[in-house]
Design a protein around this ligand. Structure first.
Ligand SMILES: Cc1cc2nc3c(=O)[nH]c(=O)nc-3n(C[C@H](O)[C@H](O)[C@H](O)COP(=O)(O)OP(=O)(O)OC[C@H]3O[C@@H](n4cnc5c(N)ncnc54)[C@H](O)[C@@H]3O)c2cc1C
Length: 441
């Protein structure tokens, strides 16, 4: 919806409107839900939607409203930009936008092994640049994966790899975005829409589509090769090389197309693996998946692989490390009644979590199945406690605490357990304290 609105925001020198610099595959979730979970596309330069935030406004537990920006309060901004609903209710966001320029998408089909080799090379290059402290070489290594997206057809061990080149001019030969042009500032457009008749204003009001629960389809529990071929056909519109306006170059799925594709129930997971071990991780998995254990049998749709550079937002899954994200969908578990299992898929998830240091996406499945005793201090180190200090400050009565017990923070000082609050000040978790693991499991 935001992308449609920006594309319609045109004027003479910007006839194709604007867009978000980098966005997720699904584009019709709420903005609050997207930024509170560090929702992302694939951009080393622009990062997740949370990193694209300029400011964020929240209704806090005491009913007051507060706007956070880096300039105003770096510590609270880094907490508020990825808050998973734990700090307050997001009521307004200010996001970076860019003009709708021309982008050329190049798609190649590659054997899986070839992609893993390429990734191993980037991993080695990146790690050696880190050990030698050469930041220019680190950037050069990361640039090789900037905006890269891959669909991995698991059963037939191949990938569609998409890379993008920005031509930085107004799309001429490109198909223009097919919406009616509008003029005026966003405020004017919004106000005039509010003031006009209900028929007119309806074009600016988003009527959410009714949602229907998808059925579980028994025959999805079998025939992985047939399903691979089905899904490879289904993604064809996304894997066409060509020149597009920026909004249409990157893969995106609206609520409408998502609903149409929702022909069978599934769970969607996403793992965030540090780039420093991404190639080694996939090499190890390949061995298990294709040689030792035939784990490929647990997959139907293609996992989507994307990349972000390191983010400094406390709870971003890319915090402190450039990251490879892999979105994985499990159709098999729900295809059996009563709900069954997908042991091959489970093995892969465990491999990512326990062999590859994978963090879980905050807005997808896997909680608590693959994080049954989630230890924030171990997964996010002191960033976890910085976030805990923001919770202490903004939600002191735990109004926004969910029932799960993962939101807990513990500290020691000089080896002695101390009251967590005593380790917090206005800039976060004090350096003289140590952020330590929970001990209840
Ligand atoms: C088909 C599909 C494709 C997807 N593709 C991508 C993708 O490409 N990249 C990616 O990173 N993610 C992707 N996602 C994940 C999606 O972006 C997240 O699950 C997102 O959180 C969903 O937003 P929602 O509005 O449904 O939030 P909900 O599921 O309602 O909430 C998610 C979390 O956000 C919090 N929250 C929601 N609204 C607010 C608010 N106003 N204030 C404070 N907290 C709030 C909730 O408390 C909760 O913790 C995809 C999801 C689907 C279903």
């Amino acid at each position: 919806m935001v992308l449609d609105y920006l594309a319609q925001y045109t004027y003479k020198s910007q006839s194709l409107g604007w867009t978000l610099p980098a966005f997720s595959w699904f584009i019709d979730q709420t903005i609050g839900g997207a930024v509170s979970t560090a929702t992302h596309g694939s951009s080393m330069e622009w990062g997740s939607l949370s990193t694209q935030l300029r400011s964020i406004r929240m209704v806090l537990a005491d009913g007051s409203e507060r706007t956070f920006s880096r300039a105003d309060n770096e510590h609270l901004f880094r907490a508020a930009a990825v808050s998973v609903g734990r700090l307050g209710v997001i009521s307004e966001v200010e996001l970076a936008i860019v003009p709708q320029t021309q982008v050329t998408k190049s798609v190649i089909a590659q054997p899986w092994e070839a992609f893993v080799e390429d990734l191993l090379m980037v991993e080695r290059e990146f790690n050696s640049a880190v050990s030698s402290g050469d930041s220019a070489a680190q950037s050069r290594a990361l640039a090789k994966l900037d905006e890269t997206q891959l669909f991995w057809s698991v059963p037939d061990a191949s990938v569609w790899r998409m890379d993008f080149k920005h031509d930085d001019k107004t799309p001429a030969s490109a198909k223009p975005y097919a919406v009616q042009a509008a003029s005026g500032s966003p405020t004017e457009l919004y106000t005039s829409a509010q003031q006009s008749s209900s028929a007119d204003s309806s074009s600016y009001v988003y009527h959410q589509l009714p949602s229907y629960p998808a059925d579980s389809i028994a025959f999805m529990s079998d025939m992985p090769m047939t399903w691979a071929s089905f899904f490879n056909t289904a993604i064809q519109p996304y894997v066409q090389s060509g020149t597009y306006d920026r909004k249409n170059a990157f893969i995106s799925q609206s609520e409408f197309t998502t609903r149409n594709n929702n022909f069978a129930a599934y769970d969607q997971y996403e793992v965030a693996i540090p780039l420093s071990k991404a190639g080694t991780c996939l090499q190890g998995l390949s061995h298990k998946m294709y040689k030792e254990e035939a784990l490929w049998k647990g997959f139907r749709s293609q996992p989507l692989i994307r990349f972000l550079s390191s983010e400094d937002l406390y709870l971003s899954p890319a915090n402190g490390r450039p990251t490879m994200f892999i979105n994985l969908e499990d159709y098999v578990t729900k295809a059996t009644k009563p709900e069954g299992r997908n042991p091959e898929f489970e093995e892969v998830m465990k491999f990512f979590r326990y062999n590859c240091d994978a963090r879980l996406h905050w807005g997808k499945a896997g909680w608590p199945q693959y994080a049954s005793c989630f230890d924030g201090a171990q997964e996010y180190q002191e960033q976890w406690c910085h976030f805990g200090c923001a919770v202490n400050q903004l939600d002191p009565t735990s109004k926004f605490a969910p029932e799960t017990n993962l939101w807990q923070w513990h500290a020691t000082k000089g080896g002695q357990a101390v009251d967590f609050a005593s380790c917090c000040d206005s800039s976060g978790f004090k350096s003289e304290c140590q952020c330590v693991s929970r001990t209840d499991c």
